[in-house]
Write a protein that binds this ligand. Structure first.
Ligand SMILES: *Cc1c(COP(=O)(O)O)cnc(C)c1O
Length: 224
């Protein structure tokens, strides 16, 4: 099946209130354009450099979609990231959020951020440990930063062949999300829960995901 029909088929099976973000790593601009033609609204990139070449290749079509940073953001890449992305999904500390705030203010930009939660507490993965108090404190702190709008939580979750094994982690992330929402922090409107990938998105949606991030299932296996 073509990328266009695959995207449309998946879009039909996913509830309308769940956003689909396309994880673009290793994909060509032609492949990404095919998905945009089929109605894709959100693109995710793991590296600033990757997003930069994709944006250049897409030209004016790049304005038709929202751009999300879904990989770790290095301090020396923040300025470039601010020019490219609408959303940074991988904020993991107040210090990092302050760095982004400082540079965003300097260029007069407002942007959306999500906090990345390391729900499996895996040393190889980035993100904030899934402790309610830690996340609550961070959410309150980031809400005070003028140029950042904290709108969501993002998690990768541990990798298992069986998506059912990931379910408890997705459930726990949803509980943390609901808890922070229940605090009704002034100026904080948490609406996005970004979790679920090609192998796990159905389970993630059952556990309350509002944004799934798909690569393989739309574009096919990665060559590299
Ligand atoms: C690659 C990637 C995805 C999508 O992975 P697939 O298994 O190809 O669907 C989602 N989120 C992040 C952060 C990724 O790097």
């Amino acid at each position: 099946m073509s990328i266009q029909s695959t995207y449309r088929e998946i879009r039909k099976t996913v509830p309308a209130d769940v956003d689909i973000l396309l994880a673009c790593k290793t994909r060509t601009p032609e492949e990404v354009l095919a998905a945009i033609d089929a109605g894709a609204t959100d693109l995710g990139h793991n590296y600033v450099q990757e997003a930069e070449s994709m944006a250049a290749a897409l030209g004016e079509r790049s304005g038709a979609v929202r751009w999300h940073m879904i990989g770790p953001l290095q301090k020396n890449k923040i300025n470039k990231a601010l020019r490219l992305f609408d959303v940074i999904q991988t904020v993991h500390s107040f210090k990092q959020a302050q760095e982004i705030q400082k540079r965003a203010e300097a260029v007069g930009k407002h942007l959306t951020v999500y906090i990345e939660v390391n729900i499996g507490e895996e040393s190889a993965k980035s993100g904030v440990p899934p402790e309610q108090e830690v996340l609550e404190k961070l959410a309150r702190e980031i809400s005070g930063l003028k140029n950042l709008r904290l709108e969501g939580l993002m998690t990768m979750g541990p990798f298992y062949d069986d998506p059912e094994a990931i379910r408890p982690y997705f459930r726990k992330t949803r509980q943390i999300f609901d808890h922070i929402r229940s605090l009704k922090v002034p100026g904080l409107d948490l609406t996005v829960l970004s979790m679920g990938m090609s192998d796990s998105y159905r389970v993630a949606i059952e556990e309350g995901s509002t944004m799934i991030r798909l690569g393989t299932i739309v574009f096919g296996p990665r060559q590299t």
